[in-house]
Design a protein around this ligand. Structure first.
Ligand SMILES: [Zn+2]
Length: 427
């Protein structure tokens, strides 16, 4: 079969189905699949599965029993649909997360109505990533409906809990073989990395809580106690003068976008010290015996988790040597290894080639500043052949008035169809 000529009618068909892509995006946005706690997961998964079953795909529902947050009220329901081609061959899998973050404030439109205006679909999850899922579904439906004889298999999954780490979603499925060979060969995740970018991986994450310890005393005689807050201020001072410059100097070969994230970074997510201010904003007059921060350290593929942890411990131990009475605890909350697919591997090159064909310009090969479910496909599924490619604009994710462009969805659906054909029909 000649891909060059065989694909043209399919591309025209995808263009003709622009209204369907929009309608499916709207339908998905109208399920308020807010995570946490995991609202509307079941009806959304069942809607999604029913749609794919109509194309003759074999649809299975997998509840992540015992995963964090799973309960009868908030079941973690995943859906996987599979289309078998006419003869053996590789399997291309499109995976999208159905959950969204809370709407938050600052919206000028209803976040769950799926409003269409000026070529954009608005709503929580429009960009991250229901628009990308709709594009993938319509691309696959157009391939199936064309009647073209496809080898191999195509899968589409709608999974949950990506926004909270993916444990009840892709991680749960990966642990049970759903994201490994021989079942699956290539995975494309339509996360919002922009319609002309192929995302091959992401940085690592280390979240930790650091607590400095003091000794309580009356606030009028602070010299009788030892302030945990002052000890923490010494930690923050070390960050400013020692750690942040060191992180900023550490550059990566990972093509992370935006460029500001092409180095190691650290955010202090929160800080709490001293007694709570319970009555009219007045805390009790005590020297603080505890001060805590939660840090969010993002690290590069050139670093490793042990060195990241060791760097922080060395800094704190150094303070213990310099400051009298300095005591601390450090507790890891969460970690993710960095991951990067081979930019010259089949799934990255097929998608980049398809971008060039459809958009007429070279695809930018990028890495994501934050993590997404690729980590589970790589670490648990042991499948390196995984990228993110989708229509949404990266910067709009999680923001008020989130939207996805209709033309971007159509273009990305075409890219997905071309890349799928290419991957299924390679030698
Ligand atoms: Zn996402």
């Amino acid at each position: 079969m000649n891909i060059q000529t065989g694909i043209e009618p399919i591309l025209r068909e995808i263009e003709a189905r622009e209204g369907e892509i929009v309608a499916l995006t709207q339908d998905l946005i109208r399920f308020p699949t807010v995570n946490p706690p995991g609202e509307a997961y079941r009806p959304c998964a069942e809607f999604f599965g029913a749609r794919l079953a109509r194309r003759g795909m074999k649809v299975e529902y997998v509840r992540a029993e015992g995963a964090p947050g799973d309960s009868d009220k908030y079941p973690r329901i995943n859906v996987v649909a599979r289309y078998e081609g006419s003869r053996p061959g590789p399997c291309v899998h499109f995976n999208g997360h159905l959950d969204v973050v809370q709407a938050g404030s600052g919206w000028t439109v209803d976040p769950f109505s799926g409003l269409v205006r000026d070529g954009k679909v608005y709503g929580r999850g429009a960009c991250d990533m229901k628009g990308g899922i709709a594009a993938a579904v319509v691309a696959v439906e157009a391939l199936i409906d064309s009647g073209i004889e496809l080898p191999g298999a195509i899968e589409i999954s709608g999974t949950v809990d990506e926004e909270s780490g993916g444990y009840g979603g892709v991680a749960y499925l990966a642990e049970r073989g759903w994201f490994s060979k021989p079942r699956v060969d290539h995975v494309i995740i339509p996360e919002p990395l922009n319609v002309d970018r192929v995302c091959i991986g992401h940085r690592g994450v280390w979240w930790a809580e650091i607590e400095t310890l003091g000794r309580q005393a009356h606030g009028s005689m602070p010299f009788l106690g030892d302030s945990a807050i002052r000890h923490m201020s010494a930690v923050l001072e070390k960050f400013e003068h020692q750690l942040y410059p060191a992180l900023a100097a550490r550059h990566s070969d990972m093509p992370v976008v935006p460029a500001g994230a092409r180095q190691s970074t650290m955010n202090i997510n929160s800080i709490h010290g001293g007694a709570a201010e319970q009555i009219e904003g007045l805390p009790s007059p005590c020297v603080a015996d505890s001060c805590r921060i939660v840090i969010d350290r993002r690290f590069l593929i050139e670093e490793n988790l042990a060195s990241v942890q060791g760097e922080m411990k060395a800094l704190l131990d150094q303070l213990a040597g310099e400051r009298s009475g300095f005591r601390y605890t450090m507790r890891e909350l969460f970690s993710v290894q960095p991951t990067m697919a081979d930019r010259n591997g089949p799934v990255a090159t097929a998608t980049a080639k398809a971008v060039r064909r459809i958009l007429g310009r070279d695809a930018e090969i990028v890495c994501s500043p934050g993590t997404y479910d690729q980590k589970h496909v790589d670490r648990i599924g042991r499948l390196k052949e995984c990228i993110a490619y989708g229509p949404g604009v990266l910067d709009l994710a999680h923001q008020p008035d989130e939207w996805v462009g209709v033309q971007d969805m159509v273009d990305s659906a075409k890219v997905m169809a071309v890349a799928t054909m290419d991957l299924l029909t390679r030698g």
